[in-house]
Structures are given as structure tokens and as C-alpha cells.
Design a protein around this ligand. Structure first.
Ligand code: V47
Length: 361
């Protein structure tokens, strides 16, 4: 790469211009890691100053039974294995009740279950809302919404409306993987394509349900497929501006068919993709350095590479840990605050909708 390429990109950022595909390619190819960090950081500081957000939350993975059988996934089971499980709604309520007071978000996702009825999911949301009215419910990826539509015979709009009436507050960004038909056909042919993922998120936005978006990288995707994914999301946010946060997820190969064939991407690649996300998605309010995937240490550095959020305390995460993540099972609130402070930023506790609850000066 020519010496001044990042300089030209910086000029665009200074003028709040969007970078183009060539610029994005240059960023991913550049070895000037600090230069890349400075570009992304400039946008981060413009948007959220020195604040880094976190949420006191709990993940609920209600079942690992899944008919999608994505090749990148170490979490799913067919149903007869000894560790296949499905939580009852009472189990879910008990799990949340065990959390210390002050929890503000539950993040609920699971497999595409072969037998559960749509009423299970509606009852789950309404029971949580009834028992814990102050907790935001962030639940169900677009892939799950598509599945609920198939099992209920309802269209997407009716599924979302029913869940919203039951108490759904927002939706996570999973199930997006990489919006490349080439990769989808190879790794997740049973999962919804980009068009349906986009349609569901736009419908949710229209109904007042804000959503997140993700990218799964570090498997067989090319640089151009990452770049195309990010520009597609940028476009979606232009026409339907209710995305709250983008989360780049780095692939963990352990316990998948890729174990021994693909090495997990290193921190440099994770930080470059994080920065590129902040730069292309300058119309997204937040970019998350998700500590579960990145490790708490890399996510701390990620704060200097454009991230303004590190997710939350989690409680217990199963999807990435099934695939060999070495990060802790959960983090205490004090640990989150210290991690952010030690990186030189101001910790801000938020709820699922990014309302600021407490600033830790
Ligand atoms: O869609 C599955 C990914 C996603 C593996 O919205 C894997 O705030 C790495 O979307 N290695 C689910 N990744 C998680 C997710 C998420 C996480 C945190 C916050 C938010 C949010 C959303 O996890 C899946 C898939 O892309 N995934 N298996 C794996 N082996």
C-alpha cells in the first residue's frame, strides 16, 4: 500500500464523506495498525466522546436443538445427544431470578427448534415481562423470526407484532453471518438469505423494535465479502435507521468441522475488521467489541479501534464457549468498569436501548 493511502481516507473522514470499496480494501491490506486505529477512533470520539457502554445483562440460550445445522456452529444438537437441552419457561424465570438485583437486559437466542410451538416463545416473553417488568427483553434473531413464521403459518409482520405485544423490546443482530450467497450455500444453506434478514429487520424497525446487526468473519469469506456485507448494512441503515449497534464476530473453529483446518484469526485481524466497521458504518450509533468473542483483553484494546461498547456481564454464554472460547463465562460489573477505566475511557452503564443509567467517573 502507498504511504499516503490512509492519509487520503483520513481526509474523507474529516469531511464526513463515506469511504469507497477501494479504501476499504486498502484498510484491510494495510499494516499501519495504529493509523487504522486513529481513523476509527476519530469517528468513535465524534459520536460518543470518551464513553464506553456496557449493560448488566444475562444471556439465555433456551435450547440447543436446531434444524439449521450451520457448519460453523458448535452449539447445536439434533435432539438425542446427552447434552441436548430445552429450557422450560419456569427454568428461564428461575435463571433470571437468580441474578443479582439491577439486571437490565436479557439477551435470548436459541436454535431453530424442531418441535416447539410459537406459543412457547410468546409465553416466554410475556412471562419474563410479567415477572421482571424493568428488564429489557432483547430476543430472537431474524433466523428465529423466519422459523416462527414457518411453524405458526403467520407472516413476519404478525409474528413480530405478537412478540412485541408480549413484551419484546429489541432484537439482537445474529443470523446475519456473511451476506454472501457463495458462503451461505457452503456453510449455512438452511439459513435465511440476506433479502429475508433485511426484510425482517426493516419490518421490526417499522414497528418500533430497534435491532442490531452482526458479521461472522474468519472462516472462508474474502475481504470483498466482508466489505460488501458492511456496505449492505450501511445502505439498510440509510433506508431504515433503527439499527442500534453493529457487532463483528470472529469465528471460533473448535468443535466444528473446521477444527484443525482453520486457525482462529489473530487480534490484528479482529482489530482491523472492528475499525473498518466503525469507518464504513458511520451511520450506526454504536460498534461493539464483544468481549466473549474477542477476550476481555482484545476488547479493551478495541476501545482504541473504534468500539464504544463491550456488551455486558452475560451471566453464562453457551454459543461461543461451545466453540472453544477461552474467555470467562461471565464478568462482574466491577470488572467491566475497571476494564473500561484502565483503557482510559469513561464507563457508562446502559440499558438495551442505550439509555444511560450510570456514569462511572
Ligand atoms: O449468528 C455461531 C455466531 C451469532 C460461532 O446483538 C459463532 O448485541 C463464532 O449474534 N464462532 C450469535 N461465532 C451471537 C450474536 C450476538 C452476540 C453478542 C451480541 C449480539 C447483539 C449478538 O454467533 C451467530 C453466529 O454468527 N456464532 N457459532 C462460532 N463457532
Amino acid at each position: 500500500m502507498k504511504k499516503n493511502d490512509l492519509g487520503l481516507i483520513e481526509e474523507k473522514i474529516n469531511h464526513k464523506e463515506t469511504i469507497d470499496v477501494e479504501d476499504a480494501r486498502a484498510i484491510l491490506k494495510s499494516n499501519d495498525l495504529i493509523g487504522i486505529a486513529m481513523l476509527a477512533r476519530k469517528i468513535k470520539l465524534r459520536k460518543t466522546q470518551d464513553k464506553i457502554y456496557f449493560v448488566f445483562n444475562k444471556h439465555i440460550n433456551y435450547s440447543n436443538l436446531c434444524i439449521s445445522k450451520c457448519k460453523f456452529c458448535a452449539f447445536y444438537r439434533n435432539g438425542n445427544e446427552p447434552d441436548a437441552y430445552t429450557m422450560s419457561i419456569e427454568n428461564i424465570i428461575d435463571e433470571i431470578a437468580k441474578m443479582p438485583k439491577g439486571i437490565r437486559e436479557v439477551h435470548i437466542v436459541g436454535g431453530l427448534h424442531p418441535n416447539l410451538q410459537f406459543s412457547y416463545y410468546v409465553d416466554m416473553i410475556s412471562s419474563i415481562k410479567k415477572h421482571f417488568p424493568t428488564i429489557n427483553i432483547k430476543a430472537f434473531t431474524a433466523a428465529e423470526i423466519d422459523h416462527f413464521s414457518k411453524i405458526s403459518g403467520l407472516d413476519y409482520e404478525s409474528v413480530l407484532k405478537t412478540l412485541k405485544e408480549a413484551g419484546l423490546d429489541s432484537m439482537p443482530g445474529g443470523g446475519a453471518e456473511v451476506f454472501s450467497e457463495r458462503v451461505r450455500k457452503k456453510l449455512y444453506p438452511n439459513k435465511i438469505p440476506y433479502e429475508k434478514w433485511a426484510q425482517i429487520h426493516i419490518l421490526a424497525h417499522d414497528m418500533g423494535i430497534p435491532t442490531n446487526a452482526t458479521l461472522l468473519f474468519g472462516h472462508i469469506e474474502t475481504d470483498d465479502e466482508i466489505i460488501d456485507h458492511l456496505f449492505k448494512l450501511r445502505h439498510l441503515q440509510e433506508i431504515s435507521p433503527k439499527f442500534l449497534c453493529f457487532i463483528p464476530l470472529s469465528f471460533h473453529p473448535q468443535n466444528t468441522i473446521f477444527e484443525g483446518r482453520i486457525t482462529k484469526v489473530d487480534a490484528v485481524r479482529e482489530l482491523k475488521v472492528l475499525s473498518l466497521s466503525r469507518i464504513i458504518l458511520d451511520n450506526f450509533p454504536h460498534i461493539k467489541a464483544y468481549w466473549v468473542m474477542l477476550s476481555p483483553k482484545v476488547s479493551q484494546i478495541g476501545m482504541h479501534f473504534g468500539a464504544d461498547d463491550i456488551d455486558g456481564t452475560i451471566g453464562q454464554e453457551r454459543v461461543t464457549h461451545a466453540a472453544g472460547a477461552k474467555s470467562p463465562i461471565g464478568l462482574a460489573k466491577e470488572k467491566m468498569v475497571n476494564t473500561i477505566k484502565n483503557a482510559g475511557f469513561t464507563p457508562v452503564e446502559r440499558d438495551a436501548l442505550y439509555n444511560e443509567l450510570e456514569i462511572y467517573n
